[in-house]
Each structure stands twice: as structure tokens, then as C-alpha cells.
Design a protein around this ligand. Structure first.
Ligand code: SF4
Ligand code: SF4
Length: 234
């Protein structure tokens, strides 16, 4: 490896001397980074420049990590060889532009995302769920939300799971098994759930067919519906 670096250093020195003799500008070998590009962490291409970040190194310490990397930037748009190479990348993109993701729709009865994630809820979500279930905001919050306000105060928590295990199913998920699952509060589900897209979804239950029909069962009902005031049982 040292030999390789030495050879590179000699080549770099020759190039610097040639540059100096051509341009009359002083150059110094210690200002030339001679480390080869070993691993590329990021490539950014604009209309004029290509920038590589490479040879990233992370040193882990107890309280902070030290991340170092090299960055090489090149104005390629007046270099015909580079323009051709990047043109070839663009042609490949054109070839693949209509490639489809494996999954674009939810197979009926799939609800993998109703277990793997904790849908955040805001005050509007809780209000909508409360109205849908015919219970008070406070009851909905207490019964169905793990309260944990976000830093901006927008989310007030996330929907409870049926057990303390965060990976267990959402408290509103109905249906006994995958393929028979459905959301028990579909019309009132949190914005987080409504915004979740099946396009490119990697959580999909791949054992389920997309072309089978499935009729959801009864909606979710609270176990102890709130009694109207003055009619509570003693
Ligand atoms: S396909 Fe993805 S988004 Fe659709 S129900 Fe299954 S896990 Fe959720
Ligand atoms: S509210 Fe409905 S859609 Fe959202 S996680 Fe629960 S069961 Fe799934």
C-alpha cells in the first residue's frame, strides 16, 4: 500500500511540476490529496458539476461520533468524455423511467402497516375518532392514545396497540388473521394512516392475492360506550 501511495505521490509530483512549468504558478505536493477513491458514499450531479463524497470514516466515541470524508467536485460540462458518461446515465434513467414498484395496491385484508407502525395522532384525529365512536374527546384520548406530544406540539401521541409490544396490532384493527384484517374506524382513521401509501410498500403481506374480494365485518365499537350524562349506571 505504501508503495502504491509512493507511486501515486511521484505521479502527482510530476503532474504538479508540469502544471507549474505550463502556468508559472507555484505548487506544493502537500496540498495535493493523493488518497485514492476507495468507497463512494454519495454522488451528486447537477447540470454543471459532479460531486463525490468518498472514503467516509466514522470514529465512535462514548458521547459523539467523528465522521470524516473526502469531497471531490468537478465541473464536467465542458469535458466531452464526462458529458457522454453522464448522458449514458440519463439514457439509462429514460429506459427505466416507467419501471413499476413491486407493490402498488393493498391486497384485500392486508394490514401489516397496522402492526409495524405507530400512527401519530393530532387533536383533530382524536376529535374525529371520538365523534365516530360516540364518546368524549377525553375518553378517546385516554382509551386509545399513548400520549406523547411531539416537539412542535402537533402530534399528541400515537394509537395504542393491543398489547404493550409496540409491534403488536393497532387497537382498532379488526379481523383475526392477515387476509381478513380491516380498519375498524376506517372513515375516521388518523391522517397518518390515510396518508400511508401502498405504492412501493415493502411491508405488504406477499402471501395475499390482490385479486380476491373481501367484505369487511362489523366496525370497531368501544367496549364500554359512554353513557349519556345522568344515565350512567351506579
Ligand atoms: S400493502 Fe402496505 S400499505 Fe397496504 S395494507 Fe399492506 S402493509 Fe399496509
Ligand atoms: S387506525 Fe386503522 S388504519 Fe390506522 S393503524 Fe389502526 S387499524 Fe390501521
Amino acid at each position: 500500500m505504501h508503495e502504491t501511495i509512493d507511486l501515486i505521490s511521484h505521479a502527482a509530483l510530476r503532474e504538479l511540476r508540469a502544471f507549474t512549468s505550463r502556468t508559472r504558478q507555484p505548487t506544493h505536493l502537500e496540498l495535493m490529496d493523493v488518497e485514492p477513491i476507495r468507497s463512494v458514499a454519495n454522488i451528486e450531479i447537477t447540470e454543471e458539476h459532479i460531486t463525490l463524497t468518498y472514503n467516509q470514516k466514522t470514529t465512535h466515541r462514548y458521547n459523539a461520533n467523528e465522521v470524516t470524508q473526502k469531497e471531490w467536485s468537478y465541473k464536467y460540462n465542458d469535458d466531452p468524455e464526462f458529458v457522454r458518461a453522464i448522458g449514458a446515465v440519463i439514457d439509462l434513467a429514460r429506459k427505466h423511467v416507467r419501471d413499476m414498484p413491486d407493490n402498488v395496491a393493498c391486497p384485500p385484508g392486508c394490514a401489516e402497516c397496522c402492526s409495524g407502525y405507530e400512527p401519530f395522532v393530532n387533536r383533530e384525529d382524536v376529535q374525529r375518532i371520538a365523534a365516530h365512536l360516540g364518546i368524549s374527546y377525553e375518553d378517546a384520548l385516554r382509551s386509545y392514545v399513548v400520549q406523547r406530544e411531539s416537539a412542535d406540539g402537533y402530534a399528541i401521541g400515537y394509537l395504542k396497540k393491543v398489547t404493550d409490544d409496540i409491534a403488536s396490532r393497532c387497537v382498532f384493527l379488526k379481523g383475526a388473521t392477515s387476509g381478513r384484517h380491516y380498519c375498524g374506524i376506517y372513515e375516521a382513521r388518523p391522517h397518518d394512516c390515510a396518508a400511508f401509501t401502498p405504492i412501493g410498500c415493502e411491508d405488504v403481506d406477499r402471501s395475499l392475492r390482490h385479486d380476491r374480494s373481501f367484505v369487511p365485518g362489523l366496525p370497531f365499537r368501544p367496549r364500554h360506550p359512554e353513557q349519556p350524562r345522568g344515565k350512567r349506571r351506579r
